[in-house]
Design a protein around this ligand. Structure first.
Ligand SMILES: Nc1ncnc2c1ncn2[C@@H]1O[C@H](COP(=O)(O)OP(=O)(O)OP(=O)(O)O)[C@@H](O)[C@H]1O
Length: 577
């Protein structure tokens, strides 16, 4: 093997080692940040961890360019390097992410050209390895042996957390009561709880993640552990339904911080309790978002092979900034920034990209969809519907090139497909409409509390997930709450003022007039009255100013991945804190 090729392969793997080492280091700090209530630190760590990967890909690329100065580093060399790199991977604890890292370095070096499986890891070189890569037990089992509270107590004592419990007996009683309400007592007496060795940290909570094994089957068991302002621990709720777990690990939330030197083993462990999640989604949920992107691309390729779906325009109101298309049987949409925007959109492509990046690194609080960014994305031309092809030629021609049977799109985002809220509301029955509007208002309020103002709050900019949650997906007009000026509409000077199409008062770019949201949100009377009844605050400048003030005071809101009524403190008066 030529020493130069080996040097290149080793440099990439060492570069990846350095990246993952830093990733683990930041992740390992999560416990201390939680215990010290360092909520600002949590947000900074989250951002820093997201940017690590690109940073290290940049370092390795620069190093390779340096090494290669006297040598030819072309795609033929890289074919050999890939083979050597592959030989370094067996027994490597995170081979799958090392492959993604290799892909990223390759793409950075060659500008996303010639992306074929002989040059990079379109598919994994060792697909079967993940099932036997555990060097240490991932979880610990606790037997109930006829005394559930005693077992819960031992299990809590075993946690690595160093803060005292506010009232451990009360919390155990709450968990015990929850389990007894949801499972037969006879089965609980002989249950086994398989607890993952590491806690999952996100926002202000440390999540205990476990599997509850009963005679009738296995169930998810999640305990979000919080701390009081006085530094005492309490269990906020217990979740034992798959649907609830799916929401906790959903695509609209920040990535968990969970210490995983062998991420494949963790992903595999999680599959039983999150059967609805794909491999890509599981990697993303634990923060390995770049490898999640690789897996997401693999899922897309598998879908293409297994179906003959054509690419079509996404249902709904066409965007002014994005061209959005999908495959009917695939659960994602593809979003491309248009070459030119409608005149009312005063943004540039660079600003739109910045908004999407801002969302990626921000706490998405369950209300903003995550996106993966792709460059030079190839579509088979034959599979593009004529209507979509016409729209592409009209709206994104500058980003297109043709290579044989492929149409290459220079840049796009992939995002989870939802039902646009405007379409959902059109076909909803009364109860569904009521629930959707409740969710919609909650989404805006939670975004505001997390320092995000959506800008354009039309129903078409929100989607409904398979769990009925409302999630925002149109990011080109977002801003932080604190940069805006929420104002009351000044009183009209003359009666004709109110009839005028133009405002009679001056409006600065950062001015927002919540009362005027009614003009477009309440045009449909049925929806308008639901909104006025359920979320009157949205039209009140005082409410927005109040949220702004809390943010300026440095307050970081609690984010719950479950309904407030599920919190133990809201379940019954006997459990009140
Ligand atoms: N994740 C998604 N799931 C399903 N449909 C989507 C999704 N994202 C976008 N769409 C569809 O594509 C349309 C345009 O998307 P989006 O709102 O992101 O584009 P835009 O150009 O930024 O819109 P606007 O003109 O409001 O700024 C939406 O109205 C919706 O119909």
């Amino acid at each position: 093997m030529p020493p130069f090729d080996l040097l290149i392969a080793q440099t990439i793997l060492q570069g990846f080692d350095a990246q993952y080492g830093r990733f683990l280091e930041i992740t390992a700090g999560a416990q201390q940040r939680f215990e010290q209530a360092d909520w600002q630190g949590i947000q900074q760590a989250m951002k820093a961890r997201i940017h690590l990967y690109d940073h290290h890909v940049g370092l390795v690329t620069a190093q390779l360019r340096c090494i290669a100065r006297q040598h030819e580093l072309d795609q033929v060399v890289m074919q050999r390097v890939k083979r050597i790199y592959t030989d370094l991977l067996p027994d490597y604890p995170r081979f799958e992410i090392a492959e993604s890292f290799y892909n990223s370095v390759y793409c950075r070096l060659f500008g996303h050209q010639a992306m074929t499986d002989d040059r990079l890891f379109i598919f994994s070189s060792q697909p079967e390895q993940r099932f036997h890569s555990q060097s240490r037990p991932l979880s610990k089992c606790w037997q109930v042996r006829d005394d559930l509270p005693a077992m819960l107590s031992r299990m809590l004592d075993d946690l690595p957390l160093r803060l005292p419990w506010q009232n451990k007996t009360r919390d155990i009683a709450s968990v015990n009561a929850h389990l007894r309400e949801n499972f037969p007592a006879s089965e609980l007496q002989q249950a086994e709880l398989e607890v993952f060795n590491e806690l999952f940290y996100r926002n202000k909570a440390a999540w205990l993640v476990a599997k509850l094994h009963l005679a009738s089957g296995s169930f998810v068991f999640l305990l979000p552990i919080h701390r009081t302002d006085q530094g005492e621990l309490f269990i906020d709720t217990c979740l034992t339904r798959r649907r609830e777990a799916s929401i906790v690990f959903g695509f609209a939330r920040a990535y968990f911080m969970v210490y995983a030197p062998e991420p494949a083993a963790l992903v595999d462990w999680l599959r039983d309790i999150l059967p609805g999640k794909t491999t890509a989604e599981l990697y993303m949920a634990i923060g390995c978002q770049k490898h999640g992107k690789t897996e997401s691309y693999r899922e897309y390729l598998r879908h293409l092979t297994a179906s003959d779906d054509a690419f079509i325009l996404a249902p709904g109101v066409p965007g002014m900034v994005m061209l959005v298309f999908t495959l009917p049987g695939f659960d994602r949409v593809f979003k491309v920034i248009k070459d030119r925007f409608a005149p009312q959109k005063e943004v540039t492509e660079a600003q739109v990209r910045q908004c999407y990046m801002r969302v990626k690194e921000h706490d998405r609080v369950g209300r903003m969809a995550d996106t993966q960014e792709f460059e030079f994305f190839a579509l088979e031309r034959e599979r593009i519907s004529p209507q979509l092809m016409a729209a592409m030629q009209r709206d994104i021609a500058d980003k297109l090139s043709v290579s044989g049977r492929w149409l290459i799109i220079r840049h796009l985002y992939i995002e989870r497909k939802m039902i646009p809220l405007n379409l959902w509301l059109e076909q909803a029955n009364d109860q569904q409409r009521h629930d959707a509007i409740e969710e919609y208002g909650n989404a805006i309020k939670q975004l505001a509390a997390a320092d995000i103002f959506p800008g354009d709050m039309l129903f078409k900019n929100f989607g409904v997930t398979r769990h009925g949650r409302v999630v925002f997906y149109d990011y080109d007009e977002i801003s932080t709450m604190t940069e805006l000026h929420f104002r009351q509409v000044p009183a009209a000077r003359y009666p004709e003022d109110e009839l005028s199409a133009e405002p009679w008062y001056s409006v600065a770019p950062e001015d927002v007039f919540p009362e005027t949201f009614r003009h477009y949100l309440c045009a449909d009377k049925r929806l308008g009255s639901l909104l006025e009844n359920q979320h009157p605050e949205l039209f009140d400048p005082g409410w927005w100013q109040h949220i702004q003030q809390r943010l300026r005071d440095g307050h970081i809101e609690d984010v719950f991945a479950y309904r407030r009524r599920q919190r133990f403190c809201n379940r019954s008066s006997s459990n009140a804190r």
